[in-house]
Design a protein around this ligand. Sequence first.
Ligand code: AMP
Length: 211
Amino acid sequence: MKNLLIFGAPGVGKGTQSAFLAEKFSLSQLSTGDLLRREIAAATPLGKRIADLVAGGKLVSDEIVMKLLAAAMAKTEGGLILDGFPRTVNQAEQLDDLFATLGKKSAAVIYLKLDESALLERVVGRLSCGGCGAVYHRKFMPPRVAGKCDDCGGELGHRPDDNPITVKTRLAEYRQKTMPLLEFYRNKGLLKEIDGDGTAAEVSARIVASI
Ligand code: AMP
């Protein structure tokens, strides 16, 4: 059973492509962003501690993210697609250890690439379902009924961190802390570099052809 990792700047389409790959290859999709937002929405003690960091576009500590991910992973069976994780070299090293204890390994790391101007347009037009987390875009991927999720009928809204100012911080965090992962996975021979421009279906086809 394959375990895939998907990697790229904010707004590049990780969530959309992960959902597609999860369906196509019967994988469990685990998004650390979704796990963190769930804690925040439920106002758990952890959620309260991390709310400001996430709202400001800063990365949450490796320790917190690892704990959440390991707990979520324990509830899955079969192959995984990890969406938005790892985001630091330390997380990647800890993931290797966690996978080793579970008898799993990473089969491929999909790196979605896109120009910064296109990223910004994708992020500020993004709509997310408050119910199931499905992702839409006002212009590029509108829902069938305005404001409603196609999958679960939930209300669609803007993530508070999907604004031009916070995206600048998220991009800076990405460049500084996440980009070094490219070398890490390139050296392991796992990196698949995919052009993230075009429609979701076009990008999906490129990914499938590469893995
Ligand atoms: P995402 O939904 O992947 O765009 O993540 C939204 C926010 O959650 C990020 O801007 C971070 O604040 C936090 N986050 C998500 N995944 C991680 C991670 N692997 N490590 C640290 N922070 C994360």
